[in-house]
Every structure is written in C-alpha cells, then in structure tokens.
Design a protein around this ligand. Structure first.
Ligand SMILES: Cc1ncc(C[n+]2csc(CCOP(=O)(O)OP(=O)(O)O)c2C)c(N)n1
Length: 646
C-alpha cells in the first residue's frame, strides 16, 4: 500500500507559527493553547499519514517551552533518536510539509541536517545526543561563544545505552555549557528495563529527598541570578552542602552534573520558567522531566507500546486501520522468528533469547512471556547484548541474539572480538535487513552481508521465505555451529502455510529455484521472490533465465557456483543489500579466483544512502524490483519461443 500525503488545517495560533520567532511573539499564557493545537495537529496528521506517535505527544510542552526560551538555531537543540521530534519539525518551518512525513520524496521522520538548520544533528539510532551536545558545547567554549546554549533531550530508554553513560562520564569533567533534559516517561518502545529505570522511579517518588533538593536548588538559583560574585558564593555553598549530601544519593550529581527536578514535563509555563533559570547556570546540568508517553490521546496513554507507531488510525474511535483481506495472509518474518524460537527452545534447553530493547519489534516478547527465565530484554544496549550472549555461550548455552541489522552496526567489535574470534555458538538474527522502508537511511539494513561475510569463523545466511527461516534457525541451534548470522527483512513473508516441519539445511548449500538458459540469476534472501515474479513474467514473454537461491554468502556454495559459471556466461546477482562487498562481490571474487570470465551484472543497493519510502518504491529506485530484473534479463538474453497471443 502506498501512502498518499493528506494535508490538514492547523489551529488558530499554530497556523501563524512558521518559525520559533513567531512563537516568541506570544505571551507565556498563550503557550498552553499552542500546545493543545500542536498536539491536535500531530494527531490529525499522523492518524491519516502514519508515523511515530506517542513519543511526540509526550514532549509537546517541552518542545514549545524549548523553542520559546532558546534562541534556536544559534542555540543548539539535539533530539535523541528523533522519533519524538514531530513538534520540533512543525515549529521550525515544516508545518506545511509535515503531511509528507516519511512518505517517498517527503520530509524525513527524523531530524536531519540537510533538511533544516534547526536539525542540528542527524539521528535515528538512539543515545547519541549527550555526546553530540557536549561536542558542540566544547566547540563553542573553544570559539569563545559563551552565550550559546547546548541542549540534549534524551529519553529514559535512550539513557540505558552505554554511549549515554560514556558521554555523562566525560561531560561531568568538562565545564562547558551543557543541559541534558531527561525525558522520563518510564517507557522505551516497550516498558523500559534495568536498574536505572528503578532508580529514576525512586528519585521521582522520594518525597524527603525532593523537598531537600528543591530547597537547595531554589536558593542557589536565586543567589546565582544576583551577579558574578553571588554566583561564586552560590558555588561554594553548593560544594559544601549539595556536594557532600546529594552526591551520595544522586547518580547524576555523583557524575558532577547539577541535577534539577524531577519536574512536571506537561506544565509548559513552569517549564519556561525553569529553562530560563537554567540558561544562567553554567557547566553540565541535568533537568529531570517527568512526562507521559502518548499524553493527550487517552488510548495512547493506556497502551504506549501499541501507540509508539500505530500506523493509520481513526482519530475519533482509535481504531487502527488494517488492510482487510479476504484470504489468510503470510505472516511477518519477525513473527515467524518469535514463534519458531519458542518451538525450538521447547526441544532444546540450551536456547536463550536476547533483544536490546526491541521485544515487540522482533517478537521476542512471545518467548519472554512463555519462558521468562530464558528470554531477556537488555535495554538499548546492542554491544552488551552481543557480549552478554557471548557469556551465555561460554557456558554451553545457545543464545539467539536478535538485533535489527542497522542497530547491529553498533556492536561490530563485539561480534568480532567477543564472539567470532572465540568461535562461540551465538546465533545472530538480524531483523529489518535490507531496505527497511519509511524510517529511511538510518534504519536501512544495507551493510550486514558485507560486514559479516568478511569475518572469519562466521556463517552468514539469508532465507528466501518463512520455511527457510525456520530451517535456518533449526540449523543454527545445532551444536558447534559457531557464530551464525540469519538476516531477514521487515514485513510479511510469502507463505500462508509456513508452519511446516523443520529440518536442517546443509551449511553453505544453495538451491536451484528453476532451470533455464543463457542467463542465470543468483539471489540471496527474500528479494529472491522478486526474481520469482520476474522469471514468471519473462517465461510468459519467451525468455527463460535460470534462478538460484544462494542461501549463504559464507560459506559460498562453490559447487553450485562452478556449475553456474560452467554453464552460463551471463549472470545477474540480486541482493537487498549494498553492492560494495555484498553477495555480488562474493560471486565476482569467486569468478576471479577460479578464472572464469562471465558477464556479471550486480543488482543491489548502490554506493549511496537511500532515502525513505515504501520498500517496493526503494527497490525500484535502486533497480532490483521485479520490473528492473525483467529489464536486465531482456537486455542480456535472446528472446526464444515467443508466445503469440491467439
Ligand atoms: C541504537 C538503537 N537501538 C534501538 C532503537 C529503536 N528505538 C527507537 S525509539 C526506542 C525507545 C526509546 O525510548 P526513550 O528514549 O525512552 O524515548 P520514548 O520513546 O519513550 O520517548 C527504541 C528502542 C534505536 N532507535 N536505536
């Protein structure tokens, strides 16, 4: 289904706000209405055009207050992940394009430097904001721009990642002008996990601690405002009282941040006041804002995971619109994974499941429910997920570590150093492999075939359909397989009757899909189904290319490739992955190493970042959908047995 961009009208105040300068013309007591209109606008547009939802609703007040107080774009405002930045986009020159959000050719669903000067940093992957804002703050300090503000807005989910801790650790010793706003809604996509989450809940609810801290903060803010001398005195008082007492009880204070809050992140006027006060306090500061994900849309507040990115919905009834089908439809690949891992784990007690913060995205939530002791959400912590899996594997267990292909980029060293060198039995299930769709270049799983196949000891596979995915999962959980990658895409498969008996696949063996002549098409993974469509069309027109599904890019099926190169002098490779270093490259390396001389055409993702859009739109753009494959075969092959319509 291709989405049509639908425009909707904005409210009375919002329709006159094109840039933050327009917002600043309003009085503080008008801001609440702006928030209402902004929230309504997000609901109106996302309900008909799709996209992330609950996170942006949760930061409406924060967004308005920040744009009201800060002098953006001179002041640097960095959104973490960026899925919550719809309000930011609407208030910074993109209200009229917002209906094209995430649609092919439209604006990006994430902040993007090339899109707007207000988007100070390109995001999509989480937990980068503190490092970036610190870098900006240190640069400003170096350049003598002492009046410049640098603000990172980071969620409690994103705060669970290692890089966020690394940045806090560094920022605490830099005396640069950095404000970290912790947007604490107690949720990641799924409920947030880990000890930090419990800690944040504790300090949010501990009354004596809060009163004590508020008193100190109030006094200090007042004294600081009296001038430079007073500020020095305030610093001294702070050092003696706050330093000794709070440091012991506050995590952020212990890291040499000045901690403020927790405050109500939905009280826009209070937020404005606090942000104005904080502007005048130098050094690293953290403002703890408590918000509700989905705020203002009751259903989203109630089921925040479902409304993280619900798809199209009826904004009045809250009914999520699903395309209705007469016949049963093939399942999503993620669900095939989710059900199959349980099936396998019931037979094999060594199997464990691991996800870094994507239990509902990869369907490991099914196993977490069915076998809570054997399935773990470890937070947004891809590196840890891999090395934790390595630890499990050292003890003879077989972890299935499920990570989206693009997020796995974060854990590359762990894959090599902690798993591959030690030949540990870790199964890496890479979901969202290939062009991932509307999330765009930050989320495309373009590189995994290339970055995995160069690692020694690694097996790298990609199923063409649901049955193959199940068989590869079964194959990978056998003893002594070593590190084993199975990559599969976002979206639905091609088989309605997918729950077939499972069997092992010989590692490194491809399969012939159809015989043919003159041209051979080699594919890897589910994009092979585009080849199937193309060959059907070509056969009808009198062309008969052969089609092989390689299944593995490592080890390569050398016997199959020898057959192909002996029989065919025209070869097309098709992959939903980058051309540089991918399956086509592997085939050409094989050809050179074995002294064959064929005409090889490689189809896949070119050496460019591909923007957002529906997957078929992007395959077409990159030239490897069924139509492009048909065209390539026609370019190479001679037409035979032309069927003349009677
Ligand atoms: C490195 C990385 N891993 C996983 C994700 C997927 N992801 C997107 S948003 C999100 C939850 C973020 O939670 P939080 O920071 O608390 O923001 P909220 O949605 O609650 O506002 C996750 C896990 C990601 N974007 N980047």
């Amino acid at each position: 289904m291709f989405l049509m961009a639908i425009q909707v009208p904005a409210g009375n105040l919002l329709q006159h706000i094109n840039y933050p300068s327009d917002l600043k013309q309003l009085s503080e007591n008008q801001l609440e209405q702006v928030c209402q209109e902004l929230r309504q606008y997000i609901i109106d547009v996302v309900s008909v055009n799709g996209g992330h939802f609950a996170a942006s609703l949760g930061v409406v007040e924060l967004t308005v207050a920040l744009q009201y107080v800060l002098n953006t774009p001179y002041d640097q405002l960095v959104w973490d992940v960026g899925h919550q930045a719809y309000g930011h986009k609407i208030l910074t020159g993109r209200r009229d394009q917002f209906h094209t959000n995430r649609i092919y050719g439209g604006i990006s669903g994430f902040p993007k430097r090339s899109e707007s000067i207000y988007d100070t940093f390109g995001v999509g992957h989480s937990s980068t904001s503190i490092s970036v804002a610190l870098g900006m703050a240190v640069a400003s300090q170096y350049k003598g721009e002492t009046d410049r503000q640098h603000v990172a807005v980071i969620g409690d989910g994103a705060m669970t990642a290692g890089i966020a801790f690394e940045a806090l650790n560094h920022a605490g010793i830099e005396n640069s002008n950095l404000l970290v706003i912790l947007n604490d809604n107690n949720m990641s996509i799924d409920p947030n996990v880990g000890a930090l989450k419990n800690y944040l809940t504790d300090i949010t609810t501990s009354k004596p601690y809060n009163r004590f801290r508020d008193d100190i903060a109030n006094v200090l803010t007042k004294i600081s405002a009296m001038g430079p001398d007073a500020f020095k005195i305030a610093k001294k008082i702070e050092k003696s009282i706050k330093g000794t007492l709070l440091k012991r009880s506050n995590f952020f204070e212990a890291l040499q941040f000045r901690y403020f809050g927790p405050i109500d992140g939905h009280d826009v006027e209070h937020l404005v006041k606090v942000l104005k006060d904080l502007r005048d306090i130098p050094g690293p500061k953290l403002l703890h804002c408590v918000t509700t994900k989905g705020k203002g849309y009751a259903l989203a507040e109630k089921d925040q995971t479902k409304w993280h990115a619900p798809g199209l919905f009826d904004k009045i009834t809250g009914e999520i619109k699903k395309t209705k089908h007469e016949k049963p439809q093939p399942p999503k690949y993620q669900d095939v994974f989710g059900h199959t891992i349980i099936e396998l784990a019931e037979q094999n007690p060594k199997i464990m499941g691991i996800t870094p913060a994507m239990p509902s995205g990869c369907s490991l939530n099914l196993m977490m429910k069915a076998m809570p002791k054997r399935a773990f959400d470890v937070g947004i912590a891809e590196q840890h997920a891999v090395t934790f899996s390595a630890g499990l594997a050292t003890q003879g267990l077989i972890p299935f570590c499920n990570i989206y292909s693009s997020f796995m980029q974060r854990a590359y060293d762990q894959v090599i150093h902690d798993v591959a060198i030690q030949k540990l039995n870790v199964v890496f299930c890479l979901d969202r492999a290939g062009l991932a769709g509307a999330d765009g270049p930050t989320h495309h799983g373009a590189y995994d075939l290339a970055y995995m196949r160069c690692i020694p000891n690694m097996t790298v596979s990609a199923p063409m359909n649901e049955e193959e995915l199940r068989n590869l999962m079964f194959t990978a959980q056998q003893d002594d397989m070593g590190p084993f990658v199975i990559r599969y895409p976002r979206g639905n498969g091609v088989m309605v009757d997918w729950q077939r008996p499972i069997k092992a696949i010989p590692v490194g063996k491809g399969r012939k899909i159809c015989d043919g002549e003159e041209v051979a098409i080699l594919s890897i993974g589910t994009i092979g189904n585009e080849v199937v469509k193309a060959t059907a069309e070509l056969n009808a027109e009198g062309y008969s290319p052969a089609h092989y599904d390689l299944r593995f890019v490592k080890p390569l099926d050398e016997a199959l490739l020898h057959d192909v190169f002996k029989k065919f002098s025209k070869i097309i490779t098709v992959e939903d992955g980058c051309l540089e270093g991918g399956m086509g490259s592997a085939v050409i390396e094989f050809m050179a190493d074995n002294n064959y001389h064929a005409n090889v055409t490689r189809l896949g993702i070119p050496d460019a970042f591909i923007e957002h859009g529906e997957q078929p739109e992007l395959w077409a753009e990159c030239g490897y959908d069924d139509k492009a494959i048909v065209a390539q075969v026609k370019r190479l092959a001679t037409k035979r047995n032309h069927i003349i319509a009677s």
